[in-house]
Design a protein around this ligand. Structure first.
Ligand SMILES: Nc1ncnc2c1ncn2[C@@H]1O[C@H](COP(=O)(O)OP(=O)(O)OP(=O)(O)O)[C@@H](O)[C@H]1O
Ligand SMILES: [Mg+2]
Length: 424
């Protein structure tokens, strides 16, 4: 294989994957322990040992090793935070450098597996990194491009993730059939409508919103966990009578995957100690102080994510198990409570689906296939929103975690016939 074959990379908020096209067939890189995907996570040991990525990083966190864990770094692309250098395990590093180091590891693993030097990448990108801000959106792609260059890729091009997934999904569709790809991941929801045109799906419209599984986790953490840590309680005024609500900011950050690592600062700890001194609910707020002291933010995020998945699957007795904060502390999460908390998100996804169909100039009834992609497409709220819009379409689950990378690999060979999706 020539070194000019681009490596297809799905750099996801939660999980990443890489693949190459070999003689027209998709060859997924077994990126970690014989598996084709790995968590987009990094761990820097406190002893300044080498960075670990993927499952090894998650395991270090679970084992309670001293060090700094980070996940959901993709959501920082386009934000000023990406350039800020913070002290992490003995060195000042920026998120941009950390993403570059992660992508470099992917390149090195792919090179080790193929025996070839890889200099080009075809990367997925959400339709919008930031759906409400075009300048931030453009900055996010620039940031990601810079990360790829710093990771040793000389050339990088981008393709919208759902358009890539469409290439993988539409194989075998009949001429003229209409497909709607719904890719709900950790950070974004992305939609593409295609019409099968010869052997290629032709893109009619793409649309995306910055909303994904990490936002579901955020909402569930705020509604179900943070009240036990003091959210919604009050503190006495330092001077004079009366009570004030406790500030929401530290709870909101603790409930946000990407922000957790930046909470463990002396300033935040001091602020929480001060609030605790004035608290009328010290039993609850004391838990927040303890969580910051012991750096348990990611443990909470993982517990919320596991509770979400269990409740969505309809498991009996589903709960968010935070017994690492306090023995026997488990916060029940019923399916009803899950759907009530996530109702606004369902409304957003339903509206985005509607917009996508409208932009394609179609009526929903004209959609023949709906293909669900991405881990969060397994949430029943997604299926409900899709069924409401297209009750008669055939709904298929693509391979949730690899459809995007498969399509990216297929796109590396496309010579971009007119109107067909092609790398930008
Ligand atoms: N069985 C499941 N039920 C519901 N949600 C799930 C399930 N499995 C994984 N998820 C959620 O799916 C999300 C990850 O999906 P995926 O790996 O497709 O995202 P990603 O590609 O990394 O993110 P993005 O494409 O938005 O950058 C996480 O939020 C996770 O909690
Ligand atoms: Mg994805």
């Amino acid at each position: 294989m020539s070194s000019s074959t681009p490596l297809a990379i799905d750099f996801g908020t939660s999980n990443s994957a890489a693949a190459l096209l070999r003689q027209g067939a998709v060859h997924r890189i077994l990126i970690e322990r014989g598996q084709p995907t790995l968590p987009t996570a990094v761990f820097f040991p406190a002893d300044e040992g080498p960075m670990r990525i993927g499952s090894a990083a998650v395991e270090a966190l679970i084992a309670g090793e001293e060090g700094r864990f980070m996940r959901a770094l993709k959501s920082v692309l386009g934000l000023p935070l990406i350039q800020e250098r913070r002290l992490i395990s003995g060195r000042r590093r920026s998120v941009q450098e950390i993403i570059a180091a992660f992508l470099e590891q992917i390149r090195l693993r792919a090179e080790a597996q193929t025996g070839h030097r890889i200099t080009r990448a075809l990367s997925g990108r959400p339709v919008h990194f930031h759906s409400a801000d075009a300048a931030k959106d453009a900055a996010a792609e620039r940031d990601l491009r810079a990360c790829y260059h710093a990771a040793g890729f000389e050339e990088v091009s981008f393709l919208a993730e759902p358009e890539a997934a469409a290439l993988a999904a539409a194989r075998g569709w009949r001429q003229g059939q209409i497909g709607l790809i719904v890719d709900i991941g950790g950070g974004t929801s992305d939609f593409t409508i295609v019409r099968q045109d010869g052997t290629h799906p032709r893109v009619l419209a793409s649309h995306g919103v910055r909303l994904g599984g990490t936002d579901f986790d955020h909402a569930l953490s705020l509604s179900h966990v943070m009240p036990s840590l003091g959210l919604g309680t009050e503190v006495r005024r330092e001077m004079g009578p009366g009570l004030l609500p406790v500030p929401v900011a530290p709870f909101a950050d603790l409930a946000t995957w990407a922000k957790i690592p930046f909470l463990y600062t002396p300033e935040t700890r001091r602020m929480v100690a001060e609030l605790l001194r004035l608290s009328v609910a010290p039993d609850r707020l004391g838990r927040l102080a303890q969580v910051l002291d012991l750096e348990l933010g990611h443990d909470i995020a993982f517990a919320v994510e596991a509770g979400k998945i269990a409740a969505n699957a309809g498991e009996k007795g589903a709960a968010i198990d935070v017994s690492f904060i306090e023995r026997d502390l488990a916060l029940p999460l019923t399916r009803t409570a899950l759907s009530a908390t996530l109702r606004p998100h369902k409304t957003t996804i339903a509206a985005a689906l509607h917009t996508t169909v409208e932009r394609a100039g179609l009526r929903a009834a004209e959609v023949d296939h709906v293909v669900l992609v991405g881990g969060s497409s397994l949430m029943s709220l997604v299926l409900e929103a899709v069924r409401d819009l297209c009750p008669d379409a055939e709904i298929e689950h693509a391979e949730a975690f690899t459809a995007v990378v498969d399509g990216l690999a297929l796109a590396t060979e496309m010579r971009a016939p007119s109107g067909a999706p092609h790398p930008s």
